[in-house]
Structure formats: structure tokens, C-alpha cells
Design a protein around this ligand. Structure first.
Ligand SMILES: [Zn+2]
Length: 72
């Protein structure tokens, strides 16, 4: 995903892996925003959960969704 830094106004890309990792961490810690560090000025910019989901629509919660192989 592409983020425009609010401090230096330069755009920078965040790899999909990093977006996935961020979503995992947000899920684990119940965060609503995630801070991505700008490579230009090293300040952080906030991305909302919704924004990240839009960037990685194929991300899925890693929760215990596995149901027992019983009769359902
Ligand atoms: Zn910056």
C-alpha cells in the first residue's frame, strides 16, 4: 500500500507482507491503528485497520476458527 507521510509529505510504499504483519498484530493486541515509519524522515504515520484491510483484502484472521472434525 502507498502512504503519504504527513510530516514530510513524501509517499512511500508498504509491502504487503508488512501490511499482513500489521493486521496480525492489530488483531492480537486489539489495536485500531498501526504506525508505519516513514523511510524519509523516520516519523510514524498512522494507518487505520480499514485502510490496511483495503490494501490486503485477502488477509484473514488467524483465530481459532478451526472447528473440530466432528459431525456438524
Ligand atoms: Zn516522512
Amino acid at each position: 500500500m502507498q502512504i503519504r507521510c504527513q510530516q514530510c509529505h513524501k509517499p512511500y510504499g508498504v509491502a504487503k507482507d508488512a501490511v499482513f504483519a500489521a493486521l496480525d498484530e492489530m488483531e492480537a493486541e486489539s489495536l485500531h491503528h498501526y504506525d508505519f515509519k516513514c523511510p524519509h524522515c523516520r516519523r510514524v504515520n498512522r494507518a487505520s485497520h480499514a485502510e490496511l484491510l483495503r490494501a490486503a483484502p485477502d488477509w484473514h484472521k488467524e483465530k481459532d476458527e478451526e472447528t473440530e472434525d466432528g459431525d456438524h
